[in-house]
Write a protein that binds this ligand. Sequence first.
Ligand code: NAG
Ligand code: NAG
Ligand code: NAG
Ligand code: NAG
Ligand code: NAG
Ligand code: NAG
Ligand code: NAG
Ligand code: NAG
Ligand code: NAG
Length: 616
Amino acid sequence: MYRIQVKIIIIGLVLASVQFNFTSGNHDDFDKGKNPYQHQQTLDPNGAYKIEWEVNWKEKRVIFNVTVETKGYVGFGLSKKGKMSGADIVIGGVEPSGRVYFSDYHVPNGSRLPIKDASQDWILHTGWERNNHTFLSFSRKFETCDEENDLPITNDLLTLIWAYGEVDGQPQYHFQNRGGSDVYLLDAIYSTKAVDSIQEFNITRTLLLPEKETTYWCDFHKVPTKTKHHIIEFNPIFPTEQDRGHIHHYLLFRCVAPKGVDPEAIFGGPSRTGGRECYVQVEQGSLEWNYCNELIYVYAVGGKAVVFPEHVGMPMSESGTEYFMLQIHYDNINRIPNLSITSTVQMHYTSELREHDLGVLSVGEWVPGSPSIFLPPNATDHVIIGHCAPGCTQSFLPPEGINVVAALTHSHISGKGMRTLHFREDTELPWLVYDDNYNPNYQQFRMLREERKVLPGDQLSTRCLYDTTIMNGSTVAGGFSTRQEMCDTMIYYYNRILGNSFCLSQIRSREYYNLLGIGNITWNDQRKDLTISSPQQFAGLTMVEYGNEFVDWNIAFRKELQMHHLNQPHVSICPASLSGKIEHPASLPRNIARYAGPIRSQCSQIKKMGRGWSRS
Ligand SMILES: *[C@@H]1O[C@H](CO)[C@@H](O)[C@H](O)[C@H]1NC(C)=O
Ligand SMILES: *[C@@H]1O[C@H](CO)[C@@H](O)[C@H](O)[C@H]1NC(C)=O
Ligand SMILES: *[C@@H]1O[C@H](CO)[C@@H](O)[C@H](O)[C@H]1NC(C)=O
Ligand SMILES: *[C@@H]1O[C@H](CO)[C@@H](O)[C@H](O)[C@H]1NC(C)=O
Ligand SMILES: *[C@@H]1O[C@H](CO)[C@@H](O)[C@H](O)[C@H]1NC(C)=O
Ligand SMILES: *[C@@H]1O[C@H](CO)[C@@H](O)[C@H](O)[C@H]1NC(C)=O
Ligand SMILES: *[C@@H]1O[C@H](CO)[C@@H](O)[C@H](O)[C@H]1NC(C)=O
Ligand SMILES: *[C@@H]1O[C@H](CO)[C@@H](O)[C@H](O)[C@H]1NC(C)=O
Ligand SMILES: *[C@@H]1O[C@H](CO)[C@@H](O)[C@H](O)[C@H]1NC(C)=O
């Protein structure tokens, strides 16, 4: 038990008064850790480069404080996809005389060396050097309108790039120590400080990986409580980078015994066996898929701890003894023998119940089942979309709707851009979450700054943009391995609805199969993939083999495939609960006012107006 107090801070609502003064001096508060820092991160592996930042939503400005173990220069910047080329950076430091220097630079396309911007849009607030450390405090507006040389700060993923050197001034040849770290700068982040009642529950698993590319492993775990508690934080822990590197995702499910049956009798035995492979849910009647349908947590590559805001918690032991089922997707692409991989799902839970119970809903494409996800080779901008139909939300949401607090968009290595769309009657509401710089190796639950109500009859759709060039000219199909694709959003919402957690769609129409040129497809357990069952001439091929050998990927076909996927009806499979499977048709609503995306700035408008004037 911890002697602690829970304190949750939402970022972005508090603004420290900003002093636009170019000074150097002593700031003891910083050293004593008194500052109300809300976002903080150590950027380099040696702990020499620390950053703290705060979002001022009123001024649309981010304030950064950087502390680096150097007496030389400090470089900091923003980039897309971690590229130095095109990055927006600042270089600053404190000279031996105590003078603080600081300037706005950019790295031109195709270059690695920074050039000073004509328009200086980053503002230095203060800086000093002490005990071999340099401290700089500076800020940047989200938008500067210096479109050529600054990167806008948006809800999309950015890479913080950092560098430092031993001497002062602008580095002449190359940055000595440098790196990058992905971050959603504007997202809300909650932190758990402790309360008396907080306890810890770890599920740790060590597995000797089979010598194959993909392994899904499921095992059962008894929870430590017998009365209702709330889990308030999930934290993925990997003892080593090797452990982290071989785990693609995990899903944690709640297992519910049928009424009147002792959970012990069903799950007790299996919980003591160490688990087993569980590649797909084809095995009808298996414990895993019959009883463990309610998702409670998802980790995917790059994910960090999920800490819930203080009015919500994930229930545990609501009706006594309870079991969780953990499914881990391991990667062993190079089929390394004798590889033992360990990971822990750490949960913090409390008996001080919060106001609302959380549930998880997954919205997007159903995988596998139909060849609904079938992506052209070498495509740089192929879009697919999966729906939770209005008919589905009508069937399972309560009249007052649900409130979404966080969302994680999920695709595999070809994913390049993700959006979660929300439709109500003839309107498209703002995207729930979106990221046009999506990095499939940095998958985070994103806490919404404003909770979103989803009502019965609304439609939620996950839209995924893919770049399949990473697959070296291969066709890409939907599936469970890292090289196959998925397209979905995991949503944390309240109040929890009992039943399973999936509202996903696929295309099953004869027209679609005809377009692809195939008759039928079935799950092949040996190959752990879908294979074609008819027509005879293609029988036994996977969709990827078929796509690579028999499909003429001309421009017209690529376009038709895309149009069909976006415009023809999908079958949306509603959360089942015990009442059985319900399905509804769904497609991208047409002839409605589409949401045009977040309003970024007036910059381009001003520029366009400028051009107009000069012409007239
Ligand atoms: C900047 O520093 C000067 C000198 O210390 C002080 O007089 C002035 O009030 C400061 N300006 C702001 C905006 O804090
Ligand atoms: C940055 O440092 C300044 C000066 O010490 C301090 O007043 C401010 O609160 C800090 N802000 C952030 C976001 O860390
Ligand atoms: C600063 O660095 C120098 C040279 O590495 C070292 O001799 C000195 O002890 C350091 N000072 C502090 C306060 O750490
Ligand atoms: C740099 O390259 C990017 C992507 O290739 C392009 O969008 C951008 O306009 C280029 N910037 C300049 C200043 O040429
Ligand atoms: C849970 O696991 C973490 C990481 O291995 C460890 O630090 C912690 O002590 C464990 N907690 C319990 C209660 O076992
Ligand atoms: C794997 O482990 C087994 C048993 O410990 C051992 O016999 C075998 O030599 C190991 N193989 C490799 C390639 O290390
Ligand atoms: C594509 O080819 C490169 C170079 O041969 C290789 O390193 C990479 O792993 C391949 N990518 C995939 C997804 O197979
Ligand atoms: C994909 O691109 C690679 C490299 O540009 C090329 O060799 C290959 O033929 C292309 N494949 C297809 C199917 O377009
Ligand atoms: C596909 O399979 C279904 C069910 O197995 C069957 O009813 C249907 O006739 C098959 N269609 C074709 C074109 O083979």
